[in-house]
Write a protein that binds this ligand. Structure first.
Ligand code: COA
Length: 324
């Protein structure tokens, strides 16, 4: 008998503080017009003083567990996709596990930059499909604005903070149909934060410090091609025509990238979940945040076919097709 991993509940959390494009105009030489026309972003949320990635992850997780009707004692696996963990160790997943009171189950982080949630979802799907676990919590949570250079207009206007989560349950009928992951480490320099424990925090390339460095236009071009390709791969693997998809739930980095993928799928924007204007790029948080918003607004209905996709530093990218 085939076992599927079905999304039993979704949840999300956005920090209170909102930074608008007008606020950014006071920090760097930019304009609302430039940011909106190049990225689609109008505002983003920022973690508060003392607030951490695990704080946001816990809030999103609680909502997903409530929606799924799942108690902490039922969780057998917790995966957090994040590139901005509270600490080097213990993992954010262990911090979340402790706060939820789900002690004993496996808990670990996945770092695939902005694709972290999709990579985590894929790992959890494999655990469930193999029969190893029946109930898993997958979170994408980031406080990426903590590692932005607020004097660099190339990057500081693009990102925001937040978390999203799903509870997956083993199901005999339907759920995640396939997942497809890729990486290309040769493009590591186009989007990176090249400091760390073993490379050193101050001596890294370009003496960068802990901040995001990006060659935006090259990232843009690669992302559009990679997402096109993984979307095709996903449709082919499932023998589906592109018109079969009910909802596209894309990574929310740039409205123009989202529109390019939608065009490839011949999908009207009415069937694409867009949150980038309100959230900015929340990295691993972006897909589960968009999914939760789509579920709670009543757009996404049980039985519909959803295509999730993401792209991030590494490069990493991937897609998941699921029957909700
Ligand atoms: N405000 C005003 N001008 C800005 C600016 C800002 N915030 N940021 C950059 N510019 C300027 C640049 O300096 C450049 O000026 P120049 O031509 O005088 O050198 C000009 O705008 C055009 O920059 P360019 O990078 O070619 O613009 P673009 O159309 O590619 O849009 C991005 C820039 C960053 C929005 C776009 O490349 C992008 O979204 N890339 C992908 C980023 C991404 O998704 N990253 C995360 C992946 S998970």
């Amino acid at each position: 008998m085939t076992i599927f991993a079905r999304i039993a509940g979704t949840g999300s959390y956005l920090p209170e503080k909102v930074l608008t494009n007008a606020d950014l105009e006071k920090l760097v030489d930019t304009s609302d017009e430039w940011i909106v026309s190049r990225s689609g972003i109008r505002e983003r949320h920022l973690v508060g003083d003392g607030q951490t990635t695990s704080d946001m992850a816990v809030e999103a997780a609680k909502k997903a567990m409530e929606a799924a009707g799942v108690d902490a004692s039922e969780l057998e696996l917790i995966i957090v996709g994040t590139t901005t963990p509270d600490f080097i160790f213990p993992s954010t997943a262990c911090l979340v596990q402790n706060r939820l009171g789900a002690l004993g189950c496996a808990a670990f982080d996945v770092n695939a930059a902005c694709s972290g949630f999709l990579f985590g979802l894929t790992v959890a799907d494999k655990f469930i499909r193999s029969g190893s676990v029946k109930t898993a919590l997958v979170i994408g949570a980031e406080s990426l604005t903590r590692m932005l250079d607020w004097s660099d207009r190339n990057t500081c206007v693009l990102f925001g903070d937040g978390a999203g989560a799903v509870v997956l349950k083993a199901d005999s009928e339907t759920g995640i149909l396939s997942t497809h992951l890729h990486a290309d480490g040769s493009k590591k320099d186009l989007l990176h934060c090249p400091v760390g424990v073993s490379a050193g925090f101050n001596e890294g390339e370009k003496n960068a410090g802990v901040r995001v460095l990006m060659t935006g236009s090259d990232v843009f071009k690669y992302a559009v091609k990679a997402l096109d390709s993984v979307v095709e791969e996903t449709l082919a693997a499932n023998g589906l025509d592109r018109h079969a998809i009910d909802w596209l739930i894309p990574h929310q980095a740039n409205l123009r990238i989202i529109e390019a993928t939608a065009k490839r799928l011949d999908m009207p924007m009415e069937r694409v979940i867009v949150t980038v204007h309100k959230h900015g790029n929340t990295s691993s948080g972006s897909v589960p945040l968009a999914l939760d918003e789509a579920v709670r607004s009543g757009k996404v209905q049980r039985g519909q076919l959803l295509l999730l996709e993401a792209f991030g530093g590494g490069f990493t990218w991937g897609a998941a097709l699921l029957r909700y």
